[in-house]
Design a protein around this ligand. Structure first.
Ligand code: FES
Length: 106
């Protein structure tokens, strides 16, 4: 995994996120569901492993748990792990800000 600097356009989209708002962004050909939590920006793969729903159409709660819009499976935005015992583990992507440049770990 390596840190990749994001373009100003992507940073602008992410900067505009409200707390717990979900949005899909394309980074390096990956479609990533991003949100803003109280301690930073976090991303997970946008495609639900159960039946392929787009997770950014779901809901994120204050603990960073995203519920899939189709059947409600829950995933942790910070770890990509199942948050309801569904046994799926999905890709997750940390972000960091340095000198006003936003990086993602891919
Ligand atoms: S597609 Fe996400 S829980 Fe079924």
């Amino acid at each position: 995994m390596e840190w990749k600097a994001l373009s100003p356009e992507i940073k602008h989209i992410i900067d505009a996120l409200q707390l717990y708002q979900l949005k899909s962004v394309i980074i390096d050909s990956r479609i990533i569901c991003v949100t803003r939590l109280e301690d930073g920006i976090f991303g997970i793969q946008n495609s639900c492993p159960h039946a392929g729903a787009q997770l950014h159409h779901g809901q994120c709660n204050r603990r960073g748990i995203v519920g899939c819009p189709l059947h409600g499976y829950k995933f942790d935005m910070k770890t990509g792990k199942s948050a309801d015992g569904n046994n799926y583990k999905i890709k997750h992507y940390p972000f960091k800000l340095e000198d006003d440049i936003l990086f993602i770990k891919l």
